[in-house]
Design a protein around this ligand. Structure first.
Ligand SMILES: Nc1nc2c(ncn2[C@@H]2O[C@H](COP(=O)(O)OP(=O)(O)OP(=O)(O)O)[C@@H](O)[C@H]2O)c(=O)[nH]1
Length: 395
């Protein structure tokens, strides 16, 4: 029976892009790190902007006070304004990963474009500008948080433009040109290696944390959630959502019939196989990202069904009941056990002003219905709608 279980393949890391292969997981990773990254980005942008403007003093020193020097300083101020705008956008939309990435890219691209203009008009300062370009590469790769692929494109692209510009200007001797190219290749290679290692390490750490959390939340025998997720507030959150948006919510408590007899007759290992089959069936027959299946006790499972009313829950419980009693659970090579299960449902109808405010009422009601199903001969479904003011038995 296929288990809807730990989605390890989705946690694959694309080592070339230094990102999670699955866009949804990458998005989750980015959201997790967004507050810390945005704070770092704002400081980096303001720091870079301040230095960018401060270096305007060298324009005046190289070009002398005149219209060209003031134009250069105006361009530097424009870069600082883009950085300030980026910070403002991040402060206005702190929840947006896109805005943070856009702000980083905008400052890097505009900063590099202006840098090329500054270098073009100050060939006398070429040696200093080569050093500046190497330092700017480090800022792009390491200090300004951005998507790794964007950092690579902007850093390597600007290096190529910078080399081409100096070659076109023709102020450098051949050996200086070779040294320049080698220096920028080295700067890019070191930045690339450092940034890639950092991005991969961060994602590997995130992946380990998710896997540990999944292991802590799952029952190893069946792959279903364990009771920890209920203690962490799964049902409280679903009930609060149902009350807030006026949607229906149902829970099904189900229990394998005469399970002790299966254990006693075929052995504990066979009992484990039957449990495993039943858990797998519940996971396979419920909606992957919407419903939750919890191993509630030994052979008892709780299914939480958001946006599902009593009719929907009953139809699902009937389908599961029928499927389970129809399949033989393989307990050994060529040996099958036929088992059945009983189901108790508690449902909160949509738009119910009297919806209960504690999940305990839901579980207790489903338990009472399960008890009724057991007393009614087992292998059957019982259910009621639950409101604070009324309980309507439908079975
Ligand atoms: N193999 C196995 N058995 C378990 C596990 N957890 C609980 N059990 C057994 O499940 C049995 C449950 O028995 P009961 O509570 O009497 O219920 P039942 O025999 O299913 O009877 P009804 O529920 O009334 O139909 C006990 O014998 C437990 O030891 C488990 O993880 N593996």
């Amino acid at each position: 029976m296929p288990h809807r279980d730990l989605p390890y393949p989705r946690l694959e890391i694309d080592r070339q892009r230094a990102e999670f292969a699955d866009a949804a997981v990458e998005d989750r990773f980015n959201r997790h790190h967004l507050p810390e990254r945005s704070a770092q980005l704002k400081v980096s942008l303001l720091f870079c902007a301040a230095f960018y403007v401060a270096f305007g003093a060298t324009d005046v020193a190289t070009l002398g006070p005149g219209p060209l020097a003031w134009t250069m300083i105006a361009l530097r101020v424009a870069v600082a304004l883009v950085a300030a705008g980026g910070c403002l956008a991040i402060m206005r939309r702190p929840e947006s990963v896109r805005v943070a990435v856009l702000a980083a890219c905008a400052v890097e691209v505009v900063g590099m474009a202006v840098f090329m203009v500054l270098c073009w008009y100050q060939p006398a300062a070429t040696a200093w500008n080569v050093m500046s370009q190497a330092l700017i590469l480090m800022a792009i790769y390491i200090n300004i948080p951005n998507r790794f692929v964007y950092a690579v494109w902007i850093a390597s692209g600007s290096s190529i433009v910078f080399c081409a510009m100096l070659l076109v200007q023709g102020y450098l001797k051949m050996d200086d040109q070779v040294a320049l190219v080698l220096l920028l290749i080295l700067g890019n290679a070191l930045g690339y290696i450092g940034a890639r290692r950092f991005n991969l390490a961060q994602r590997e750490e995130f992946r380990s944390a998710i896997q540990l959390q999944q292991l802590a939340d799952r029952d190893p025998l069946t792959g279903c959630f364990n009771r920890r997720v209920l203690q962490k507030g799964l049902l409280d959150a679903e009930l609060a959502r149902a009350r807030r948006y006026g949607t229906a919510l149902s829970v099904i408590l189900c229990d394998i019939d005469h399970f002790k007899r299966i254990n006693d007759t075929h052995g504990h290992a066979a009992g484990d196989h039957v449990l495993n089959e039943f858990g797998g069936l519940l996971l396979a027959m419920t909606r992957e990202t919407v419903d939750s299946v919890v191993r509630y006790g030994g052979e008892e499972f709780l299914i939480v069904l958001p946006e599902t009313d009593l009719d929907g829950a009953q139809a699902l419980a009937e389908r599961i009941r029928h499927a389970f009693c129809s399949i033989g659970c393989a307990v050994d090579l060529g040996k099958f056990v036929n088992a059945t299960a009983s189901f108790g449902i508690a449902a909160v109808p949509a738009l119910d002003p009297d919806a209960p405010d504690t999940p305990a009422v839901l579980v207790e009601t489903a338990d009472a219905q399960l008890y009724a199903a057991k007393r009614g001969g087992r292998n059957c479904v019982r259910g009621v709608t639950v409101t604070a003011s009324r309980m309507r038995s439908t079975a």
